[in-house]
Write a protein that binds this ligand. Structure first.
Ligand code: TYD
Ligand code: MG
Length: 455
């Protein structure tokens, strides 16, 4: 088996690779964007009957990977239990969201708590800027090393003389590598830098985390294959006005993509948010009409959500419907269900619906609490306190079961709800809370509204 050199060409716009240099890229239709890609190709003979390159899967010795626990619990949980040596994580997010802060905290934590040497490569900030941030978040340590500059090869040379246990690259778009003197951030450079980091992590059997910039439409900037090259892709996000930050795995070869990590950006770095439900719910048990509680699910994380509706007499022939946190079409549909199936007139009122705290509810389990809130607002009668509502509502007014009711009820009980209104088809058994099973929306609402009214 010899090394046969085949010249490949890469489009600098979209990263499309071809073996024939054409004027126009067949993938993104840009003109004159192909440049030669200097990459040796190993010829493989698929007809080789000795099968020299393949293994029988069952003969492989597999153990669950040993992990490096960073000590930043929310990050470890989203990663599936910590960093896996030899694996590469790519973390993307809006500028200023806190990627560098999170990774510097993680790097410092590994260096301090595990006493492992960690290399933080910063292509974006100077020594002084990183040092200032490290002192602000109190994460500096004897074992935390910094390389600031954009030459990846210079940075990685340190791995030959010192055994680092973890490397952070901030960011993949700020570095250059190889003989190609392209600008940092071009498709060719981003691809080469990422490949070099992947090879380096595998060769030294250490975990590496690369920070990635995102484009205006929320994708990680660079070639499309960037996300395929790494083992885990994390997304760090947050609403512009809020200090809360969400960390989710988009892809994870070493864990699930269901976990959600929530941090708060404080004056001295990112702090984990332990009581996630408390974020969107202020726990005031005031009896106000138009307010219904539910337990929404973000991945596998249950979050208490408060749906608020306001009904105001309209002066318009077409009453207004305004929604935030629940899709407008769904709100209109649920309003029609209330009108038709519960015989509560809706067309004399403007209706406004809002999910407190800026949460957005896509999960159909929000149908029942939304209906309860709408009916309560229209009747101007508060719902019974301490009750959460969990159900999907169909056009016939039937109430359907929701996913992971067990998780939601457990969280409801933990938060002190005493009653949960659920679908009559729900099979779950749960002792911590009174479960009211209802089959139809008019039954669910007539009973509870009258009950709270008579209280
Ligand atoms: P940064 O980690 O630089 O974001 P990114 O790398 O994603 O671009 O964080 C930037 C913002 O975070 C910055 O506007 C200031 C704020 N911040 C705090 O509020 N507290 C802190 O302790 C730190 C380090 C930053
Ligand atoms: Mg940064």
């Amino acid at each position: 088996m010899g090394n046969v050199k085949i010249t490949k060409y890469i489009c600098s716009e979209c990263g499309h690779i071809t073996t024939t240099k054409t004027g126009k890229c067949p993938s993104c239709n840009s003109w004159g964007t192909f440049t030669a890609l200097d990459e040796p190709k190993t010829e493989n003979n698929p007809k080789n009957l000795n099968l020299p390159n393949v293994k029988i899967i069952s003969s492989l010795d597999v153990k669950p990977p040993e992990r490096i626990i960073t000590g930043i619990d929310e990050l470890d949980r989203v990663l599936g239990g910590g960093l896996v040596p030899g694996s590469v994580v790519l973390i993307g997010g809006q500028p200023g969201i806190g990627k560098s802060t999170l990774l510097l905290q993680a790097a410092g934590s590994v260096a301090r708590k595990l006493n492992f040497p960690v290399l933080y490569i910063s292509g974006e900030e100077s020594d002084a800027q990183v040092a200032l941030r490290a002192s602000r978040i109190k994460t500096a340590s004897e074992k935390l090393y910094l390389y600031s500059g954009s030459n990846l090869e210079d940075a990685l040379k340190n791995l030959e003389s010192n055994k680092f246990s973890f490397i952070v690259l901030d960011s993949v778009q700020a570095m250059t590598t190889g003989s190609d003197s392209g600008w940092p951030g071009t498709v060719t450079q981003v691809r080469a830098v990422a490949q070099r980091v992947v090879d380096c992590a595998r060769e030294h059997n250490i975990p590496a985390v690369m920070i990635g910039h995102i484009t205006k439409d929320g994708k990680i900037a660079g070639p499309m294959m960037l996300e395929h090259m790494v083992d885990t892709v994390l997304n760090f996000s947050g609403e512009g006005y809020s200090s809360y930050r969400m960390l989710r795995a988009v892809k994870n070869r070493y864990g699930s993509t269901e976990e959600l990590g929530i941090f708060e950006m404080c004056g001295d770095g990112l702090k984990p948010v332990e009581d996630k439900s408390g974020l969107y719910w202020n726990r005031d048990d005031v009896s106000v009409s138009g307010v219904a509680m539910t337990i929404a699910l973000e991945g596998n994380t249950p979050l208490a959500a408060e749906i608020q509706t306001l009904a105001a007499r309209t002066i318009f022939p077409y009453p207004r419907r305004t929604s935030r946190g629940i899709e407008l079409n769904r709100f209109q549909l649920l309003t029609a269900v209330i009108d038709r199936r519960c015989s509560i007139a809706t067309n004399n009122h403007d209706l406004y619906i809002n999910v407190a705290g800026g949460l957005s509810l896509q999960d159909p389990s929000a149908d029942l609490p939304a209906c309860a809130a709408i009916a309560s607002a229209l009747k101007n009668i508060p719902l019974q306190g301490g009750t959460c509502w969990l159900g999907e509502v169909g056009l016939a007014g039937e109430i359907r079961p929701v996913t992971r009711i067990d998780l939601r009820l457990k969280e409801a009980a933990r938060l002190g709800f005493h009653t949960a209104v659920v679908s009559s088809k729900e099979q779950v058994k749960f002792n911590g809370i009174k479960i009211v099973r209802v089959s139809h929306i008019d039954r669910a609402l007539s009973g509870l509204i009258t009950q709270s009214y008579s209280n």
